[in-house]
Design a binder for this molecule. Structure first.
Ligand code: ADP
Ligand code: XUL
Length: 529
């Protein structure tokens, strides 16, 4: 760990497959990174891709204790690597959005009085009234979604208040299901945290508040007044307001580090905690998104983010409060079938080698001779659809493609969908547009080339990391304690040398994709519900 400055700012990211940490110094340089990979490092929890898929194919959960154990392990690894905890001025973090944690009554007392001689997992193992936290991949709450929409006068009416129509993974609907299926557990629950505010609670040593941006992913918060919407709360479950606690700004200083973390690892007692937020809002902060940019995150899920000043929510996509400018908003589209589908097809066609996958993409023709594919291995969010679909140049359904056709159809299909749905939100590429790519797959240049060609725009990546969510949290940690009263977020963190041009669009492909995007849109309408 090398850094000339003495101050460090920490960002944590409790994502789908891993728990990660990044430390930056006050020159904003990344000086430390570490991670815990759930499947590999914590096999005792039997997760696949960080999650447990249930037999019905709809319920997807994670044992809450896995996340606590992962935090113990991450801190242990940091200590073993000589991380200088005593230099940390402030920390913040992020988590996969929408997932929820159900704390048993009296747990806060325990959080405040943890014994530094023992691990967190030993002490918190009996703290959760629901052992398995529902997460963003869950799509089992269609019934609860209907009830919530009806309670406010329909899908558009709900979007007008909360920024989104009812979505199965959104936390309000998940809470409603827990209340209906397990009322005793709900009754014994004293506090409900999001994944982000849960991790914040472990750092703070008490219940941490939910921030406005992650709170926007619950179907429970009015995104304009930034308060809980009582009609929505009451439609989901009783006494919900008390169980959710207060809502705060995404850069709010919420308190000092817990006595436990300070005594066990050597964080200074003065170390500040800044509110944690969702991974997509944190990514927006990490890439320092500007109004003309389009951010595409290629993590477990693929997401697309845009800056909005005057949002008009519709029943497509989501509007969240913007984490770096509370008076602004962000649009989000989420595609469930992202990296995991790319991995499955890579494993089947390329003997698990990304090099071979890249090679195939480089050697196959843009436009794939008219072949189009859609690979919704899991029930997709955008659009709501399931199954694998292959079409030839005449829109005739096929059973199989060749290896090269399959790989190109997958990647082209994924980015054609993104362009179709971004345009449906009113987004159009201009001369100024930069696509900022991030997430695990953004290191794959062949994938980025297809992205660039389909959008006809240059693609940039962030120097030094593909994990903009973690980086964004480290920025928010710094911003929350030092910056915000004096200057705007961009004044502090926007630096042109932070971006690296990854690929430029090939002009010859423009016509091919302009035509293909129209065909894709019609085919997608055919296969979605
Ligand atoms: P999350 O934050 O959701 O856990 P990440 O942003 O860390 O996810 O991305 C993890 C994914 O990155 C993996 O599932 C893997 O498929 C993908 N990935 C890693 N390296 C490559 C690569 N060279 N090409 C394409 N995808 C990659
Ligand atoms: C966003 C979404 C996912 C999760 C996991 O709405 O469901 O992107 O945040 O990354």
């Amino acid at each position: 760990m090398e850094s000339k400055s003495s101050s460090l700012f920490l960002g944590l990211d409790l994502s789908t497959q891993q728990l990660k940490v990044i430390a930056i110094d006050d020159n904003l340089s990344i000086v430390f990174e570490e991670s815990v990979i759930f499947d590999k490092d914590l096999p005792q929890f039997h997760t696949q891709d960080g999650v447990c898929r249930h037999k019905d194919m709809l319920c997807v959960t994670v044992p809450t204790l896995l996340w606590v154990t992962a935090f113990d392990l991450l801190l242990k690894r940091m200590k073993e690597k000589g991380f200088e905890f005593d230099r940390v001025v402030s920390l913040s973090g992020t988590g996969q959005q929408h997932g929820s944690v159900y704390w048993k009554s009296e747990s806060e007392k325990l959080l405040k009085n943890l014994d530094p001689e023992k691990s967190l997992s030993d002490q918190l193992k009996d703290c959760f009234v629901v052992d398995d936290s529902p997460i963003w991949m869950d799509s089992s709450t269609t019934e609860q979604c209907k009830t919530l929409e009806e309670s406010v006068g329909g899908a558009q009416a709900l979007a007008n208040i909360t920024g989104s129509k009812a979505y199965e993974r959104f936390t309000g609907n998940q809470i409603a299901k827990i209340f209906q299926h397990n009322p005793k557990a709900y009754d014994k629950c004293e506090r409900i945290s999001l994944v982000s505010s849960f991790l914040a609670s472990l750092c703070y040593g008490g219940y941490a508040p939910i921030d406005y941006s992650d709170g926007s992913g619950m179907n429970l918060m009015n995104i304009f007044t930034k308060t809980w919407e009582l009609v929505c709360l009451n439609a989901c479950a009783p006494d919900l307001k008390e169980k959710l606690g207060e809502l705060v700004s995404s850069s709010k200083h919420i308190g000092k580090i817990s006595r436990y973390l300070s005594q066990r690892y050597g964080f200074p007692k003065s170390c500040d905690i800044v509110a944690f937020t969702g991974d997509n809002p944190a990514s927006l902060a990490g890439v320092c998104l500007k109004k003309t940019d389009l951010c595409i995150s290629l993590g477990t899920s693929d997401t697309l983010m845009l800056w909005l000043d005057n949002p008009k929510p519709t029943t497509k996509g989501h509007v969240f409060v913007n984490p770096i400018d509370e008076s602004a908003y962000m649009a989000l589209l989420c595609f469930k079938n992202g990296s995991l589908v790319r991995e499955t097809i890579r494993n089947r066609c390329c003997e698990s080698s990304w090099e071979e996958f890249e090679e195939s993409l480089r050697n196959s023709p843009p436009g794939n001779n008219g072949n189009i594919g859609m690979y919704f291995h899991e029930t997709e969010i955008t659009p709501f659809a399931q199954g694998t679909y292959r079409f030839n140049n005449d829109d005739v359904a096929l059973q199989f493609f060749t290896k090269d056709e399959e790989i190109r159809a997958l990647v082209e299909g994924q980015f054609l969908a993104k362009r179709v749905h971004a345009e449906a939100l009113g987004f159009h590429i201009t001369e100024e547009t930069r696509i900022l790519a991030t997430g695990g797959a953004s290191k794959n240049k062949a994938i980025l080339q297809v992205l660039s060609d389909i959008f006809h725009a240059p693609v940039f990546i962030i120097h030094g990391t593909t994990n903009s969510a973690c980086l964004g949290s480290a920025y928010l940690a710094l911003y929350g304690v030092c910056g915000q009263s004096k200057v705007g977020f961009h004044d502090l963190f926007y630096k042109s040398d932070k971006y690296e041009m990854a690929v430029l669009p090939n002009v010859k492909t423009r016509d091919i994709y302009d035509k293909m995007v129209k065909r894709y849109k019609l085919l997608e309408e055919k296969v979605s519900n």
